[in-house]
Design a protein around this ligand. Sequence first.
Ligand SMILES: Nc1nc2c(c(=O)[nH]1)N[C@H]1C(S)=C(S)[C@@H](COP(=O)(O)O)O[C@H]1N2
Ligand SMILES: [Mo]
Length: 163
Amino acid sequence: MRALPSPRPAGRLLLLCLVWLVVPGAAAGESLPGLTVREGLESRELSLAEVERGGLHHLVMRHPEGPVGRFSGVWLDDLLADQGLDEARRVRFIAHDDYTTFLTPEQRREKAYLLLTRLDGEPIPLEALGPFMLVVPDDLEAVLAGTEPMTRWIWAIREISIR
Ligand SMILES: Nc1nc2c(c(=O)[nH]1)N[C@H]1C(S)=C(S)[C@@H](COP(=O)(O)O)O[C@H]1N2
Ligand SMILES: [Mo]
């Protein structure tokens, strides 16, 4: 019996072209990155559906950074409760641009933080500061007026790190 022939150079080239075409296409299309939840050494990736399991709320607004429309999102505390993480002493957010902020339990009690997951019913594209963005709906007017800082309105979130 002869061994199966290994792919010839032309076949390999074709395979490479396919990977080169398909991989960036998948990244730019429907499948936006999920949300990583890290707890110490453990990390898991939540899909959009898992993030939204805490229940969606809707908000029509112009985000101070530009994106405008009907946003939908889940209250941060509902998401944390759904994930069994409501006792977290520190909830850190890390963005795709590596910007990072964190919230203490006191800060989460002071203000209601909404984690936006959709814009006009669709996952928030990266160009619109998605896939996940944190806002304080009660502070919207003050932030737009410039009387309230928006340091914790972190956008393009890729990871929530708990401790
Ligand atoms: N992902 C991400 N979110 C962010 C930032 C950032 O650089 N990246 N800057 C933060 C800061 S410090 C403020 S004041 C507001 C507005 O940021 P800007 O003034 O740099 O636009 O967004 C916050 N959220
Ligand atoms: Mo800032």
